[in-house]
Write a protein that binds this ligand. Structure first.
Ligand SMILES: [Ca+2]
Ligand SMILES: [Ca+2]
Ligand SMILES: [Ca+2]
Length: 326
Protein backbone atom coordinates (compact mmCIF):
# COMPACT_ATOMS: atom_id res chain seq x y z
CA UNK A 1 0.00 0.00 0.00
CA UNK A 2 2.74 2.40 0.92
CA UNK A 3 4.62 1.66 -2.30
CA UNK A 4 1.50 2.12 -4.41
CA UNK A 5 0.70 5.45 -2.77
CA UNK A 6 4.25 6.64 -3.30
CA UNK A 7 4.05 5.88 -7.00
CA UNK A 8 0.65 7.52 -7.43
CA UNK A 9 1.80 10.68 -5.69
CA UNK A 10 5.17 10.89 -7.37
CA UNK A 11 4.50 10.46 -11.05
CA UNK A 12 3.45 13.23 -13.40
CA UNK A 13 3.44 12.50 -17.13
CA UNK A 14 4.73 15.99 -17.87
CA UNK A 15 8.21 17.40 -18.10
CA UNK A 16 9.06 18.32 -14.51
CA UNK A 17 12.50 19.85 -14.55
CA UNK A 18 14.79 21.90 -16.80
CA UNK A 19 18.41 21.27 -15.92
CA UNK A 20 20.06 23.44 -18.53
CA UNK A 21 19.02 25.98 -21.16
CA UNK A 22 21.67 27.31 -23.51
CA UNK A 23 20.20 28.69 -26.72
CA UNK A 24 22.39 29.69 -29.64
CA UNK A 25 22.07 33.28 -30.84
CA UNK A 26 18.78 34.14 -32.50
CA UNK A 27 15.95 36.61 -32.89
CA UNK A 28 14.07 35.09 -29.92
CA UNK A 29 17.14 34.56 -27.73
CA UNK A 30 16.95 36.70 -24.56
CA UNK A 31 13.22 37.13 -25.30
CA UNK A 32 11.69 33.65 -25.07
CA UNK A 33 12.19 33.41 -22.13
CA UNK A 34 13.22 36.99 -21.38
CA UNK A 35 16.75 37.48 -20.06
CA UNK A 36 18.54 40.37 -18.38
CA UNK A 37 22.22 41.01 -17.73
CA UNK A 38 21.62 39.80 -14.16
CA UNK A 39 20.68 36.31 -15.34
CA UNK A 40 22.86 33.26 -14.87
CA UNK A 41 22.72 29.72 -16.27
CA UNK A 42 20.76 28.76 -13.15
CA UNK A 43 18.17 31.54 -13.37
CA UNK A 44 17.68 30.92 -17.09
CA UNK A 45 17.13 27.20 -16.52
CA UNK A 46 14.55 28.18 -13.89
CA UNK A 47 12.83 30.55 -16.34
CA UNK A 48 12.74 27.86 -19.00
CA UNK A 49 11.35 25.42 -16.44
CA UNK A 50 8.60 27.86 -15.44
CA UNK A 51 7.67 28.20 -19.11
CA UNK A 52 7.32 24.54 -20.04
CA UNK A 53 7.22 22.31 -16.92
CA UNK A 54 3.99 20.80 -15.61
CA UNK A 55 2.19 21.37 -18.90
CA UNK A 56 2.52 25.17 -18.55
CA UNK A 57 2.61 25.33 -22.34
CA UNK A 58 4.61 28.49 -22.87
CA UNK A 59 7.42 28.56 -25.42
CA UNK A 60 11.16 28.26 -25.08
CA UNK A 61 13.27 29.03 -28.15
CA UNK A 62 16.64 27.32 -28.76
CA UNK A 63 18.07 29.82 -31.28
CA UNK A 64 20.20 28.84 -34.27
CA UNK A 65 21.99 25.51 -34.81
CA UNK A 66 23.22 23.79 -31.66
CA UNK A 67 21.29 25.78 -29.06
CA UNK A 68 19.84 23.33 -26.54
CA UNK A 69 17.73 22.53 -23.52
CA UNK A 70 18.10 19.60 -21.09
CA UNK A 71 15.02 18.45 -19.20
CA UNK A 72 13.63 15.50 -17.31
CA UNK A 73 10.58 14.03 -15.64
CA UNK A 74 9.89 13.18 -11.99
CA UNK A 75 10.50 9.51 -12.81
CA UNK A 76 12.42 7.52 -15.44
CA UNK A 77 10.60 7.14 -18.76
CA UNK A 78 10.46 3.44 -19.59
CA UNK A 79 11.57 2.07 -22.95
CA UNK A 80 8.41 0.26 -24.07
CA UNK A 81 10.48 -1.53 -26.76
CA UNK A 82 7.59 -1.49 -29.25
CA UNK A 83 5.71 1.79 -28.95
CA UNK A 84 6.23 5.52 -28.71
CA UNK A 85 7.59 6.47 -25.29
CA UNK A 86 7.34 10.24 -24.98
CA UNK A 87 6.35 13.25 -26.97
CA UNK A 88 7.78 16.75 -27.25
CA UNK A 89 5.55 19.62 -28.24
CA UNK A 90 6.59 22.69 -30.23
CA UNK A 91 4.92 25.16 -32.57
CA UNK A 92 5.29 23.53 -35.99
CA UNK A 93 2.41 23.79 -38.44
CA UNK A 94 1.68 22.69 -42.00
CA UNK A 95 1.04 25.23 -44.74
CA UNK A 96 -1.79 24.38 -47.12
CA UNK A 97 -0.08 26.37 -49.88
CA UNK A 98 3.19 24.37 -49.86
CA UNK A 99 3.86 23.40 -53.44
CA UNK A 100 5.52 20.03 -52.87
CA UNK A 101 2.50 17.88 -52.06
CA UNK A 102 4.61 14.72 -51.72
CA UNK A 103 5.57 15.76 -48.18
CA UNK A 104 4.34 17.90 -45.31
CA UNK A 105 5.71 21.40 -45.02
CA UNK A 106 5.13 24.69 -43.32
CA UNK A 107 7.07 25.91 -40.29
CA UNK A 108 9.07 22.79 -39.39
CA UNK A 109 12.17 23.74 -37.36
CA UNK A 110 13.62 20.33 -36.54
CA UNK A 111 15.48 19.75 -33.32
CA UNK A 112 17.62 16.68 -32.68
CA UNK A 113 16.61 14.71 -29.57
CA UNK A 114 19.09 12.96 -27.29
CA UNK A 115 18.41 10.80 -24.25
CA UNK A 116 20.41 9.78 -21.22
CA UNK A 117 20.18 7.22 -18.45
CA UNK A 118 21.26 8.33 -14.97
CA UNK A 119 24.09 5.82 -15.04
CA UNK A 120 25.82 7.13 -11.92
CA UNK A 121 22.55 7.49 -10.05
CA UNK A 122 23.19 11.04 -8.83
CA UNK A 123 20.02 12.55 -10.29
CA UNK A 124 21.97 14.88 -12.58
CA UNK A 125 22.40 14.78 -16.37
CA UNK A 126 26.16 14.10 -16.28
CA UNK A 127 25.99 10.69 -17.96
CA UNK A 128 26.48 9.49 -21.57
CA UNK A 129 24.07 10.94 -24.13
CA UNK A 130 22.56 9.01 -27.02
CA UNK A 131 21.07 10.59 -30.13
CA UNK A 132 17.68 9.33 -31.22
CA UNK A 133 18.29 8.36 -34.83
CA UNK A 134 15.53 10.16 -36.69
CA UNK A 135 14.69 9.78 -40.36
CA UNK A 136 17.76 11.76 -41.49
CA UNK A 137 20.33 10.04 -39.27
CA UNK A 138 21.82 7.97 -42.09
CA UNK A 139 21.24 10.52 -44.84
CA UNK A 140 24.43 11.41 -46.72
CA UNK A 141 23.33 15.04 -46.30
CA UNK A 142 23.60 14.80 -42.51
CA UNK A 143 26.90 15.91 -40.99
CA UNK A 144 27.84 14.18 -37.75
CA UNK A 145 30.46 15.48 -35.31
CA UNK A 146 29.68 19.01 -36.37
CA UNK A 147 30.66 22.00 -34.25
CA UNK A 148 29.94 25.71 -34.44
CA UNK A 149 31.41 28.59 -32.46
CA UNK A 150 29.44 31.84 -32.17
CA UNK A 151 31.25 35.00 -31.08
CA UNK A 152 29.64 37.90 -29.25
CA UNK A 153 29.81 40.98 -31.50
CA UNK A 154 30.41 44.54 -30.40
CA UNK A 155 27.02 46.05 -29.75
CA UNK A 156 23.84 45.05 -31.56
CA UNK A 157 25.24 43.46 -34.70
CA UNK A 158 24.91 40.29 -36.77
CA UNK A 159 26.48 37.40 -34.88
CA UNK A 160 29.35 35.65 -36.66
CA UNK A 161 29.97 31.93 -36.49
CA UNK A 162 32.59 29.52 -37.72
CA UNK A 163 32.30 25.75 -37.94
CA UNK A 164 34.79 22.88 -37.73
CA UNK A 165 34.77 22.34 -41.51
CA UNK A 166 36.04 25.73 -42.63
CA UNK A 167 32.58 27.22 -42.96
CA UNK A 168 31.32 30.49 -41.55
CA UNK A 169 28.28 32.72 -41.56
CA UNK A 170 26.20 35.02 -39.44
CA UNK A 171 22.95 34.97 -37.50
CA UNK A 172 21.56 38.20 -38.94
CA UNK A 173 19.57 40.78 -37.04
CA UNK A 174 16.18 41.86 -38.35
CA UNK A 175 13.87 44.79 -37.79
CA UNK A 176 11.20 42.80 -35.94
CA UNK A 177 13.30 41.94 -32.88
CA UNK A 178 15.42 44.68 -31.35
CA UNK A 179 17.00 42.94 -28.34
CA UNK A 180 20.52 41.56 -28.18
CA UNK A 181 20.55 38.22 -30.06
CA UNK A 182 23.57 36.77 -28.19
CA UNK A 183 22.59 35.07 -24.90
CA UNK A 184 23.29 37.68 -22.22
CA UNK A 185 24.39 35.14 -19.60
CA UNK A 186 26.82 33.25 -21.88
CA UNK A 187 30.59 33.60 -22.29
CA UNK A 188 31.73 35.66 -25.31
CA UNK A 189 32.36 32.53 -27.34
CA UNK A 190 29.82 29.73 -27.44
CA UNK A 191 30.65 26.38 -29.02
CA UNK A 192 28.04 23.71 -29.70
CA UNK A 193 28.57 20.20 -31.03
CA UNK A 194 26.24 17.63 -32.58
CA UNK A 195 24.72 16.62 -35.89
CA UNK A 196 23.73 19.04 -38.63
CA UNK A 197 20.75 18.23 -40.81
CA UNK A 198 20.43 19.58 -44.33
CA UNK A 199 18.45 22.78 -44.70
CA UNK A 200 14.73 22.04 -44.94
CA UNK A 201 13.55 25.40 -46.31
CA UNK A 202 12.46 26.05 -49.90
CA UNK A 203 11.74 29.55 -51.18
CA UNK A 204 8.55 29.02 -53.18
CA UNK A 205 7.90 32.69 -53.78
CA UNK A 206 7.22 33.99 -57.27
CA UNK A 207 7.74 37.28 -59.09
CA UNK A 208 10.43 38.43 -56.72
CA UNK A 209 8.36 37.68 -53.61
CA UNK A 210 9.76 35.29 -51.01
CA UNK A 211 7.66 32.52 -49.49
CA UNK A 212 9.65 30.07 -47.39
CA UNK A 213 8.23 26.61 -46.76
CA UNK A 214 10.09 24.66 -44.09
CA UNK A 215 9.44 21.02 -44.93
CA UNK A 216 9.08 18.41 -42.18
CA UNK A 217 11.49 15.53 -42.00
CA UNK A 218 9.72 12.18 -41.72
CA UNK A 219 10.15 11.42 -38.03
CA UNK A 220 12.35 11.67 -35.00
CA UNK A 221 12.72 15.47 -34.55
CA UNK A 222 11.18 18.02 -32.20
CA UNK A 223 9.21 21.04 -33.56
CA UNK A 224 9.03 19.26 -36.90
CA UNK A 225 5.34 18.20 -37.10
CA UNK A 226 2.21 19.67 -35.46
CA UNK A 227 1.55 18.70 -31.85
CA UNK A 228 -1.46 16.50 -32.53
CA UNK A 229 0.48 14.20 -34.86
CA UNK A 230 2.62 11.15 -34.19
CA UNK A 231 5.49 13.16 -35.67
CA UNK A 232 5.99 14.65 -32.18
CA UNK A 233 6.44 11.22 -30.58
CA UNK A 234 9.72 9.48 -29.87
CA UNK A 235 10.93 5.96 -29.18
CA UNK A 236 13.78 5.34 -26.76
CA UNK A 237 14.78 2.34 -28.90
CA UNK A 238 15.94 4.76 -31.62
CA UNK A 239 18.93 5.64 -29.40
CA UNK A 240 22.37 5.19 -30.94
CA UNK A 241 25.87 5.75 -29.59
CA UNK A 242 28.54 8.01 -31.10
CA UNK A 243 29.33 5.37 -33.72
CA UNK A 244 25.72 4.89 -34.74
CA UNK A 245 25.31 1.56 -32.96
CA UNK A 246 21.90 0.95 -31.38
CA UNK A 247 21.87 1.22 -27.59
CA UNK A 248 19.25 -0.55 -25.54
CA UNK A 249 18.27 1.63 -22.62
CA UNK A 250 15.78 0.28 -20.06
CA UNK A 251 14.55 3.79 -19.42
CA UNK A 252 15.76 7.37 -19.71
CA UNK A 253 16.00 10.07 -17.10
CA UNK A 254 17.07 13.05 -19.22
CA UNK A 255 16.28 14.50 -22.65
CA UNK A 256 18.28 17.05 -24.61
CA UNK A 257 16.95 18.89 -27.66
CA UNK A 258 18.99 21.13 -29.92
CA UNK A 259 18.31 23.04 -33.12
CA UNK A 260 19.35 20.76 -36.01
CA UNK A 261 19.64 23.09 -39.01
CA UNK A 262 21.72 26.19 -39.69
CA UNK A 263 19.66 28.25 -42.08
CA UNK A 264 18.36 31.77 -42.54
CA UNK A 265 15.13 32.31 -44.45
CA UNK A 266 15.15 35.91 -45.61
CA UNK A 267 12.93 38.18 -43.58
CA UNK A 268 11.64 35.37 -41.32
CA UNK A 269 15.19 35.00 -40.03
CA UNK A 270 17.12 32.08 -38.70
CA UNK A 271 15.49 28.71 -38.09
CA UNK A 272 15.22 27.88 -34.38
CA UNK A 273 13.58 24.94 -32.65
CA UNK A 274 10.89 25.81 -30.11
CA UNK A 275 9.75 23.60 -27.23
CA UNK A 276 6.45 24.03 -25.37
CA UNK A 277 6.49 20.86 -23.26
CA UNK A 278 7.01 17.12 -23.09
CA UNK A 279 5.03 14.15 -21.85
CA UNK A 280 5.74 10.54 -20.88
CA UNK A 281 3.23 8.53 -22.94
CA UNK A 282 3.13 5.65 -20.42
CA UNK A 283 4.08 7.03 -17.00
CA UNK A 284 2.97 3.90 -15.17
CA UNK A 285 5.04 1.45 -17.23
CA UNK A 286 7.97 -0.31 -15.62
CA UNK A 287 11.04 -1.44 -17.53
CA UNK A 288 10.70 -4.86 -19.12
CA UNK A 289 12.44 -7.62 -17.27
CA UNK A 290 13.28 -5.58 -14.21
CA UNK A 291 11.16 -5.48 -11.11
CA UNK A 292 11.65 -2.01 -9.80
CA UNK A 293 9.02 0.15 -8.18
CA UNK A 294 10.43 2.68 -8.24
CA UNK A 295 13.26 1.68 -10.51
CA UNK A 296 16.35 0.88 -8.45
CA UNK A 297 19.62 2.62 -9.01
CA UNK A 298 22.19 0.19 -10.34
CA UNK A 299 25.33 -0.04 -8.26
CA UNK A 300 27.35 0.01 -11.46
CA UNK A 301 26.64 0.53 -15.13
CA UNK A 302 28.76 0.65 -18.19
CA UNK A 303 28.74 0.56 -21.95
CA UNK A 304 30.65 -2.44 -23.23
CA UNK A 305 32.36 -2.81 -26.58
CA UNK A 306 29.18 -4.00 -28.26
CA UNK A 307 27.68 -0.57 -27.59
CA UNK A 308 25.11 -1.91 -25.16
CA UNK A 309 24.51 -0.67 -21.65
CA UNK A 310 24.98 -3.17 -18.84
CA UNK A 311 23.72 -2.67 -15.31
CA UNK A 312 24.98 -4.14 -12.08
CA UNK A 313 22.44 -4.77 -9.34
CA UNK A 314 23.77 -6.18 -6.07
CA UNK A 315 26.89 -7.52 -7.74
CA UNK A 316 25.08 -9.26 -10.59
CA UNK A 317 25.35 -7.96 -14.17
CA UNK A 318 22.23 -7.70 -16.28
CA UNK A 319 21.65 -6.55 -19.81
CA UNK A 320 18.96 -3.94 -20.24
CA UNK A 321 16.33 -6.58 -20.93
CA UNK A 322 16.87 -7.79 -17.39
CA UNK A 323 18.66 -10.97 -18.40
CA UNK A 324 21.45 -11.98 -16.06
CA UNK A 325 24.69 -12.25 -18.05
CA UNK A 326 27.30 -13.16 -15.47
CA1 LIG B 1 23.90 11.33 -13.44
CA1 LIG C 1 11.67 29.16 -34.33
CA1 LIG D 1 9.12 26.47 -34.33
Amino acid sequence: MHVLLTILLAVSPYLARVYEYMPAPGQFTNAMPAATTDDTPETMAAKAEAAIADNAGKTVCLGAWGGYIVFGFDHPVTNSLNDYDFRITGNASYASYAKDTSRKGGSAEPGIVMVSYDTNGNGLPDDPWYELAGSEYNSPATIHRYAVTYTRPDGLADIPWTDNRGGSGVVPRNSFHQQDYFPLWAPDQLTFTGSLLASNAVDEGENGQHSFILYSYDYGYADNHPNKTDGCKFCIRWAVDNNGNPVNLPAIHFVKVYTAVQQVCGWIGETSTEITGAEDLHPDMLPTGLDPSPMPTPTHAKILRDGQLYLMYNGIMYNVRGTRIK
